[in-house]
Design a protein around this ligand. Structure first.
Ligand SMILES: Nc1ncnc2c1ncn2[C@@H]1O[C@H](COP(=O)(O)OP(=O)(O)O)[C@@H](O)[C@H]1O
Ligand SMILES: C=C(OP(=O)(O)O)C(=O)O
Ligand SMILES: [K+]
Ligand SMILES: [Mg+2]
Length: 527
């Protein structure tokens, strides 16, 4: 797949664009996070999603209760077993999300130029005249002329179920608005977005804490997607909560940047978080449209240089109802890869869309094409320069492994790792070939019982571009003697051969520790 590496910066023979791509053992190096919901919760559909390339399943607690999500997760577990595809689990919080309280779930018609009142009085029934909301402080935050957006949960922006409101006046706790476009609010949940204001709701709400301490702990979630992260302190608090709530000290926190407040504090949030979700759904409304791309490019660059995974949302909204993306969407997915995304997160497309499996498959195909023309050479130089000298030993080993693998046209890099850190560092240099991260379990104790580490670390690499985890047999102790190293390497190579990623006579770069010394070695396979 990497031998015919093209560069956009060099003249491409136009006819070569038409040449079909060779199929690979995995759909793409870029990962796909799928939100599971009504349209994607049967074992059959989830299996389809896994086979199409979904490697992280997102459970969004803005919607549905924990029993509902548990049923979906149980189905996911069955699908993982039968497809033999690994998949990590992400719990997405509600956070500081404003919602319309519509207990009867009756459809509500709103007419352009009519008036509607937003009230925190949840006792009132939702109607064309009044929309009760879950937030007391809206009136304090709004003034005449401000805009408010009300949309169906995971609104796509192209549907007739979303409205723009303009604030006329604030009256006590109520906000009086003029409706700017006619729409019918139909569906289970409507969220509200008020442009560029501070919403005085906690980032981790009581509901979120309850969901994490029950569902999250019971299911040992790999990732917490922290909605509406606005400050580094939000991440610190979430981390503290995870460590005291049960066995979740290993859960990684992905900060969702969804508004201008989070954007303003991006650098400090990135330092605290394990990864970033660029939530273009909400952020795309909070920012002027002409600025969205700039945030995307700047944020992805920062994540890349920090070596932390970046996930981009809302790429193929129109596929919620259609089998093909628009041209703009198809191009957007490719640009996300060229800009440095690790993963693409699908929301409405998989949750309530008509074509969850097809969407994953098409997004994967676009990513794979973009990866082929990603200017690795330029990226590598930028990264090395950014890191500066003297490099840490590990950084130097990781970058050298990638460079060697490219120079000898290795088909794969095999990286031994226990914490996952070494593999992530290699991924940071964006090798053009897959990295098999061989996670060596470590025996650990919490003073009550013994267990092996490794499962979290293996699943958490499922969100990093280019990393493909493999959990080594715990009977191989994590001692770095040459005989244990050799036997694990043999298993890894057999695994690589069985899955088709390595063939006879291929070159393979191996990154491991022998005794106390980190080594990068190049091996040439025989038959
Ligand atoms: N159990 C192991 N056996 C052999 N080599 C290992 C093992 N764990 C890590 N390494 C290698 O040791 C070096 C240091 O990795 P380090 O980042 O300290 O480990 P980890 O990835 O577990 O955090 C890397 O070259 C890595 O590939
Ligand atoms: C993914 C997003 O958020 P959510 O789906 O949680 O509303 C987004 O805003 O892009
Ligand atoms: K959410
Ligand atoms: Mg959002």
């Amino acid at each position: 797949m990497h031998s015919n590496h093209l560069l956009l910066e060099e003249p491409i023979r136009m006819a070569s664009i038409l040449e079909p791509s060779k199929s690979s053992f995995f759909p793409a190096m870029t990962k796909i996070v799928g939100t599971l919901g009504p349209r994607s919760r049967s074992v059959e559909i989830i299996s389809g999603c896994l086979n199409a390339g979904m490697s992280v399943a997102r459970f969004d607690f803005s919607w549905g209760d924990s029993a509902y999500h548990q049923e979906t997760l149980d189905n996911l577990r069955v699908a993982i077993k039968s497809t033999k595809k690994l998949c990590a689990v992400m719990l997405d919080t509600v956070g500081a999300e404003m919602q319309v309280v519509n207990k009867t779930e009756k459809a509500i018609s709103l007419q352009q130029d009519d008036n509607v009142i937003l009230t925190p009085d949840k006792g009132q029934e939702a109607s064309s005249q009044v929309l009760p909301i879950n937030f007391d402080g809206l009136a304090k935050a709004m003034k005449k002329g401000d805009t408010i957006f009300v949309g169906q949960y995971l609104f796509t922006g192209s549907e007739t179920t979303s409205v723009w409101l303009e604030v006329d006046k604030v009256d006590g706790d109520d906000v009086h608005c003029t409706i700017k476009n006619s729409a019918t609010l139909a569906g289970a949940l409507f969220t509200l977005h008020a442009s560029q204001i501070h919403i005085d709701l906690p980032t981790l709400t009581e509901t979120d804490k309850a969901n994490i301490s029950t569902w999250g702990v019971a299911n040992k979630i790999d990732f917490l997607s922290l909605s509406y992260t606005r400050h580094a302190q939000d991440v610190r608090e979430a981390r503290e909560y995870l460590s005291k709530v049960g066995d979740l000290s290993q859960t990684q926190i992905f900060a969702k940047i969804e508004n201008v407040e989070g954007l303003t504090h991006f650098d400090e949030i990135l330092q605290e978080a394990d990864g970033i979700i660029l939530s273009r759904g909400n952020l795309g409304i909070d920012l002027p449209p002409e600025k969205v791309f700039l945030f995307q490019k700047a944020a992805l660059y920062k994540c890349n240089m920090a070596g932390k995974p970046a996930v981009l949302t809302r790429v193929v909204d129109s596929m919620t109802d259609n089998l093909r993306p628009t041209r703009a969407e198809a191009t957007d997915v490719a640009n996300a890869v060229l800009d440095g995304s690790d993963a693409i997160l699908l929301g409405a497309e998989t949750l309530r869309g008509l074509y969850p499996v097809e969407t994953i498959s098409i997004v994967g195909k676009i990513c794979a094409e973009a990866e082929k023309v990603f200017n690795q050479d330029l990226y590598f130089k930028k990264t090395v320069k950014y890191v500066g000298e003297p490099m840490t030993h590990m950084e130097s080993i990781a970058s050298s492994a990638v460079r060697a693998a490219i120079k000898v046209k290795a088909s794969v890099i095999i990286c031994f790792t226990s914490s996952g850190r070494a593999a992530r560092l290699i991924a940071k240099y964006r090798p053009t070939m897959p990295v098999l991260s061989v996670v060596i379990p470590r025996l650990k104790t919490n003073q009550l019982r013994w267990s092996f580490s490794g499962a979290f670390e293996a699943r958490q690499s499922l969100i990093v571009r280019g990393l493909f985890p493999m959990l080594a047999d715990p009977r191989h102790p994590a001692e770095t003697t040459s005989s244990t190293n050799e036997s694990v390497l043999k298993v890894a190579l057999d695994h690589g051969k069985a899955s088709g990623v390595v063939k006879s006579h291929d070159r393979v770069v191996v990154c491991q520790k022998v005794a106390d010394t980190s080594v990068v070695k190049i091996i040439e396979l025989e038959d």
